[in-house]
Design a protein around this ligand. Sequence first.
Ligand SMILES: CCCCCC/C=C\CC(=O)SCCNC(=O)CCNC(=O)[C@H](O)C(C)(C)COP(=O)(O)OP(=O)(O)OC[C@H]1O[C@@H](n2cnc3c(N)ncnc32)[C@H](O)[C@@H]1OP(=O)(O)O
Length: 279
Amino acid sequence: MLRSSLLTLTRIGSNRLMSTAAKLTTVEVNDKTGIATLTMCRPPVNGLNLELLKDLSQSIDEIESNKSRGLILTSSNPTIFSAGLDILEMYKPDKERIRAFWTSLQDVWLALYGSSVPTAAAINGHSPAGGCLLATSCEYRVMLPKFTIGLNETQLGIVAPKWFMSSFLSVLPRRIAERALNQGRMFTTEEALQVGLIDEVANTKEEAIEKCSAFIGSFAKVNPLARALTKQQFRAADLQQLENERVQDLEKFLFFVNQPAVQKGLGLYLESLKKKAKN
Ligand SMILES: CCCCCC/C=C\CC(=O)SCCNC(=O)CCNC(=O)[C@H](O)C(C)(C)COP(=O)(O)OP(=O)(O)OC[C@H]1O[C@@H](n2cnc3c(N)ncnc32)[C@H](O)[C@@H]1OP(=O)(O)O
């Protein structure tokens, strides 16, 4: 792969840092455990724009092909895991770019939810909407206290697609998932633990990464192929559904996002975020 040949390798202690210039993600492989930490680093809030999504896809592919023992997804921002989709991509969108944006989001979900390696999210900050999608696409979640996580789309007047729901439903009981989605509910760390949206709480990012590593380490004595095929069988129907409906899903998104009422709602929401940021 072209990107692999451009890859620069730097050593930090027992970790190999794999990254290219101007990237919005870094991948660090721990030499002792063989586990890769994939860090999102797009200031100010890790908003998922086209470039970050492309970087995430490439990094996930890289981790798969480098035969890492597992993948831990986290953020370089100390208070935000990811603010979800970058609303600026959807507000007054550019025709070509928004197609590429949604297609890249589909790619990231297919790669992460369907990844053959064990995956865990060290959720070191707020994780609304698309951030929650990434976290629930992983097999295990460890979150720091005093943050929030959830699919808040209905609060913005938009609808989470079926595949967002698949990830959510792979973690939560149907009744809780349905109510939370309908309400656009954001869970505090404590509430998320109580309902099972996250698996553990950690006090620091380092501790969260350790707990994620311990989860991945729990597969050490399991045959990797048997584990990967078992995971993929569990997730096959969800993955296949999006694979089969990718084009329709894109067209549905484009139709919906271009509705004047949706544009108006996104504009107002952006304004409220900006006002809040100023105060
Ligand atoms: C339309 C068709 C169907 C689509 C289906 C799928 C749809 C959506 C999935 C999504 O992911 S939509 C995005 C949902 N995300 C949110 O609602 C989160 C909004 N953000 C926040 O709640 C907060 O920013 C935060 C993440 C809790 C962080 O708070 P903090 O106080 O630390 O930072 P702020 O001051 O609020 O923000 C700083 C800066 O970032 C801008 N910003 C924040 N979030 C977004 C975002 N998602 N997209 C674009 N920009 C964002 C915010 O406006 C500030 O900007 P400036 O004023 O500094 O320019």
